[in-house]
Write a protein that binds this ligand. Sequence first.
Ligand SMILES: [Zn+2]
Length: 542
Amino acid sequence: MRFYGYVLTVLFSSVLFKHAKAQEQPKLVIGIIVDQMRYDYLYRYWNDYGDKGFKRLLEEGFILHDGHYQYAPTYTGPGHASVYTGTNPNVHGIIGNEWYDRKSKSLVNCVGDESANTVGSDSYDGKMSPHRLLSTTLADQIELATNKRSKTIGISIKDRGAILPAGRKPDAAYWYDKSNGRFITSDYYMKDLPEWVKAFNDRKLVDQYMSQTWQTLLPLDRYDESLPDDKPFERAFPNTEKAVFPYDLSKISQLQRFGIKNSPYNLLPATPFGNTLLFDFAKATLESENMGKDDIVDLLAMSFSSTDYAGHQFGNFSVEVQDMYLRLDRELGEFFDYLDQGIGLKNILIFLTADHAAEDVPGLVSPPGDYFRMNGFEAYIRHKLNELTGSDPIESFSNQQIYLIKNDSIDLKEITKIVSTYALLFPGVRSVIALNDFSNCIDDPLICDLVRKGIMPTRSGDLYIQLHPGWINEAYLAGGTTHGSTYAHDTHVPIIFFGGLINASNNYKRAGVQDIAPTISALLKIARPSGSTGMIIEDVLK
Ligand SMILES: [Zn+2]
């Protein structure tokens, strides 16, 4: 009897334990990054959203209304790395999309890797890996916590959008090859594409999507949250005259002028169908890799890039950008339904954020925003230094940072003084921040701190040129907008948690994007990423 009692106790407690564990542990984590999504887009387009996408996230999820990037430059590579490492560029090392490398004396791409080779096509688009990332990511920690029994996969149209979230040791990262419309990877991850990825590519969905006309989802007069469709601040597609609806994509894909031919594969990312393709690929990934089907947690890191391409192309407040969000909202809603039917939303933990936001097109609010003449500035400063010191000590100027030549004959203090004095006379410059001595940073302490968290001494330059609010690179004089600054228009992004473990709530406390990974780690009860400096967002755990 005692024996049977013991067996019963063991059986009962193991059932209890398993039951408790199943409730506490999601089977699947889905991270969603919407490239260039501003926080205000959640409410700006509210009246035109459906009930199942963004509105469902806000009604059933936990929303942080004051979530920010807490470093500059606010670019795609640093953003994706920060979300998944739970820290800032000063620790994870991804200080830009590309930066000047003093060793090779050239610009290096944040995920570029000369030693890697493309898998899945003949192009160079797969010569990529996470070798410059200096911290583990949430994906790595999930792999470590489960002894590699998890499935962790990053997918995106952009290489860096897939590679940086997936981290150093994922099961896979796949991104889009603009030369042929296929999803590819690199031999850092595998020697050959899985059969299911080949089969997905063979469906040639891009040809199908790009043979249609991009019309507005709703009648054009419903887009009164945006400016009229035909505005000079928008950049037209290559070889076209105007950025106006409807876009006959099959025709635009074939246009040719001055020897430059459009290609449907090249154009897809700046249309809403880049997002559609990623949803298709996400479903194929989940089903083919059996994700979310057992008790060992899996991670799918998705990054939607088309919203960023459209922002750069058409600018915020364009009908094109609004239409892309309305379509993304409908597709998100369908995706949530799909997840609920297949895996059950109660078994899934979802977070949604952006890798940076975007500045208003200066023409719309001018003044005080304007275009910073980057090239003119560089020539001016080089000329001034030459005039006053008899030489040009600038090795490179990139990401608003000046890299000075390092040798004994260079008096860094003297040069810093000259640059600081004369840079301020140039339109748009607010301050010059010496990156090796923040005790001398005379700008707003918050701005000094954002710049400090965005740099790494072995990778960054010596002086940072801080602009006034609303000033963007002259490259956008042709239309569209950009991001990268320390200011709220670029740093303020949605941070939303949704799914089984999350109660509907919200708060207005300041949170950092680097807080997402520690919070997810706490919900999963696993170690946080190796470089993580973010804080757990306590309210989300309640
Ligand atoms: Zn981006």
